[in-house]
Design a protein around this ligand. Structure first.
Ligand SMILES: NC(=O)c1ccc[n+]([C@@H]2O[C@H](COP(=O)([O-])OP(=O)(O)OC[C@H]3O[C@@H](n4cnc5c(N)ncnc54)[C@H](O)[C@@H]3O)[C@@H](O)[C@H]2O)c1
Length: 364
């Protein structure tokens, strides 16, 4: 499919991440327009379409895939659905933009990548950290040699737990916080170090505060060893109070940089009375808070959507692909295996027949 003009986009999902997709595409109107949305709960897609001025809405995404003019479909649905949706979209001849983590298993990752190749469509992996302005700036400096040889890349994302029920249900999510947010950290370290192969993975997982809600991990510490000798350290939590935390630290023999997505950009604020919204997952706006501004732009979502739309038009080459998602998936397997055995796991690590990554940690 090689159209011209604005890329016509369909979105699957109508809640948290679907809203981010719709808002972000609105911010890049020269490149793309959302023309349809699909979500199964009656009324949800319609309400979403009204909110964002989207002309068509569906309760079954397969009906949306019949629409001839749609060129790119984004998947903002629970993890367990990503693989089948990707294959259905590709078979309908449309490009795929799949949210992270790519899927549940390595077999699914292969199926998604192979099908998209066979169908001649792009499989793009929605890792916005590759587009986050502060992180991109850190990488630019590293690429210019500012820090010399990099020996340590740290990335962490923390809050007090996700907003949707399915995240807590390992059948639909595949795992806990390591799966949900650790996938960002793995992708970030891999991207930052120019996709040098990962040699080994060591990981500790725990469920500290949400055992009543989930069988999954709510706190994760992970060490990646890269083939060039660099180390990646990933820390993620659903147990941290106080709203969203997202931060990277880069250390080289010649220097360092720290990129805190929220604190560096926030307005230290005190309010006796509260106000509308501070930052993602902040529980209150009273007392001391740290409201952000231009939140989507600071995360890189509109930049990401602009890039992917341009890829559909052949103006750019995808910077985040199904193959990146598969590397992350393999490391996720290794994380859960390491946490289960207490041992460092060497890559490649491709055990067959795993149903959910979390099964490598503990039998549920
Ligand atoms: N890139 C990021 O930073 C980021 C942030 C949040 C979520 N995500 C990812 O986005 C995806 C969606 O998460 P979310 O936070 O939007 O969850 P959510 O619970 O807010 O929304 C899930 C959506 O999926 C829809 N859905 C469920 N079953 C469906 C089906 N059979 N067909 C079509 N739609 C279906 C639901 O109706 C709902 O609209 C997940 O894979 C998640 O990991 C990514």
């Amino acid at each position: 499919m090689s159209g011209t003009g604005r890329v016509k986009v369909g979105i699957i999902g109508s809640r948290f991440e679907a809203e981010i997709h719709a808002e972000s595409f609105k911010m890049v109107p020269d490149e793309a327009e959302v023309v349809a949305v699909a979500s199964p709960t009656p009324g949800n897609a319609e309400a979403f379409a009204k909110r964002f001025g989207i002309p068509r809405f569906f309760t079954d995404y397969r009906q949306m895939l019949v629409e001839k003019d749609i060129e790119l479909v984004t998947i903002a649905a629970p993890n367990a659905l990503h693989a089948q949706m990707t294959v259905d979209i590709a078979k309908a001849g449309k490009h795929v933009l799949c949210e992270k983590p790519l899927c549940m298993t390595l077999e699914e990752a292969d199926w998604m990548i192979d099908t998209c190749k066979q169908q001649g469509v792009l499989l793009m992996y929605a890792e916005e950290l590759f587009f986050t302005p502060k992180y991109v700036r850190a990488k630019q400096m590293a690429d210019e040699g500012a820090f010399g040889k990099i020996y340590l890349v740290k990335q962490s994302e923390k809050h007090f737990g996700p907003h949707g029920d399915w995240f807590w249900d390992v059948e639909r999510s595949g795992g806990g916080v390591m799966m949900d947010m650790g996938c960002h950290g793995i992708a970030f370290c891999y991207w930052f170090l120019d996709r040098v192969p990962i040699k080994s993975v060591y990981c500790h997982l725990a469920t500290h505060v949400h055992a009543d809600k989930t069988k999954g991990d709510d706190d994760a510490l992970c060490i990646l060893e890269f083939e060039d000798g660099a180390t990646g350290v990933i820390e993620d939590s659903w147990a941290r109070r106080g709203g969203m935390h997202d931060r990277a630290e880069i250390y080289g023999e010649g220097g360092l940089t720290v990129a805190d997505l929220h604190m560096g950009n926030a307005l230290p604020t005190f309010s006796e009375y509260g106000y509308g919204y501070a930052v993602e997952k902040a529980p209150t706006t009273k007392g001391w808070t740290y409201p952000v501004y231009e939140e989507l732009w600071n995360y890189g979502f509109p930049q990401e959507m602009r890039h992917f739309a341009r890829c559909v038009r052949g103006k750019e080459t995808p910077q985040a692909t199904g193959e990146d998602g598969r590397v992350v998936q393999e490391v996720l397997y290794a994380c859960y295996q390491s946490a289960g055995t207490g041992a460092k796991v060497q890559l490649p690590f491709r055990p067959k027949g795993v149903k959910r990554p979390i099964d490598l940690w503990k039998k549920i």
